[in-house]
Design a protein around this ligand. Sequence first.
Ligand SMILES: Nc1ncnc2c1ncn2[C@@H]1O[C@H](COP(=O)(O)OP(=O)(O)OP(=O)(O)O)[C@@H](O)[C@H]1O
Ligand SMILES: [Mg+2]
Length: 454
Amino acid sequence: MGCQNTVLIVDDDERLLEMMEEMLSGKNLRILTTSDSLEAFELYLTEKPCVVFCDYVMPNMNGIEIMQKILQHNPQVAVVIFTGAGTVTNAVEAMKKGAYDYITKPMDIAKMSVLIDRILETQAIRQEKEVLQQQLDQLYGFENFVGNSEQIQHVFQQIQRVASSDSTVLISGESGTGKELVANAIHYSSSRKGKSFIKVNCAALSENLIESELFGHEKGAFTSAISKRIGRFELANNGTLFLDEIGDIPPSTQIKLLRVLEAKEFERLGGNDTIKVDVRLLTATNKNLHKAVKDGTFREDLYFRLNVINIHIAPLRERPSDISLLVHYFLEKYTSQMNKRIHRISNNAMLILESYNWPGNVRELENAIERAVVYCQGNVLTEEDLPPNIKAEAEGVKLTLNLPSYSLYGAEKLLIEKVVKQSNWNLKQAAATLGISRGTLYSKLDKYKIKKPK
Ligand SMILES: Nc1ncnc2c1ncn2[C@@H]1O[C@H](COP(=O)(O)OP(=O)(O)OP(=O)(O)O)[C@@H](O)[C@H]1O
Ligand SMILES: [Mg+2]
């Protein structure tokens, strides 16, 4: 957008220019004027005004031609054309070709002044909206989504690929792995990002409430329906609807949901009017929906509809290479939020965090770091600052090995060497004994430089 508060006036009548400049001088605007139609565009290019007033009839180049050159360069500039009284066709032509408005001569400065205020106000709002949108994109886009493991990189790629489509996406993964973050990233990198993004947590709603929440109801549809209610599907029209914990919706709602997905229409509870909607649906679950289908608690047809694209987020214990990155990310987040001066985390504390099992995944890690930052007194975060249960697990490893004086690093290395050797380098079996995935075992072998003897 152009320079705020800069207004360019183009008219071949120099006396009129002087008068307008003087009359508008009290408005805290930067007023530029020119009577030369050829100079007008040059002036626009160097000064980037956000409002341009331009006379229709000018020598060399008329007002419409100047306007078109400017709009071609930046369609956001508001161009207002002066037309002679009684020349309606000129005004119509100006509006058709993209003028913001027209003013008929003789000039009414008061009208011009009001118009400038209105334009500047609209532009300020638009600019504010753009800034907010950028902030949202940052907040919910990829900037706050951290991970360099192969699994997370694959999730990033999937998000980028599906964002531009309207396909339904089922996001699966254990609790705290970042499913909502993925839903946010999809919406805010899709073409629907400027439209509504409505979230519904299906597990938080009782069987009775969920249908009126999703589809709305008419007044009197049931005893407590004292007024009409617009449902989430309607609110999300043209945007995205995120149904979290989709595995928890009751069978009766499953049928209705299927119908909306297939026909893209529904009725409010107690209503007769069919409502058409254009909604992109994202869903998430920490349940195994495939198993729920087999058990008969989730409709198979709905499952296929929802699972057009599946984005699965692996639990944190299966992608240990993300731990250090996440730790540093949250450390920075919380030290700056709490205005603390913590420069780094001790090696021991990091080793403890890296070998912990993380049943609560990233959410648990984030909480652990937040808590540790609160407790940390110096400028290095140490194992003393970590939550007791996480330290206790590390202690447990030391005790099992009966190696109280070993560092955790040494203890883990030793344990892995021992188990791998016992299994005769059968890594599938060794991983099972250690209670970790084969992927984790590979990365640990790599980390501790444990190699199969030749
Ligand atoms: N890769 C990541 N990078 C940064 N922060 C993350 C990441 N994954 C998760 N988080 C953070 O962890 C917390 C939990 O994430 P989120 O709410 O998206 O998980 P969820 O899978 O929806 O969990 P639940 O199943 O319990 O609803 C959030 O604060 C989120 O910002
Ligand atoms: Mg969630």
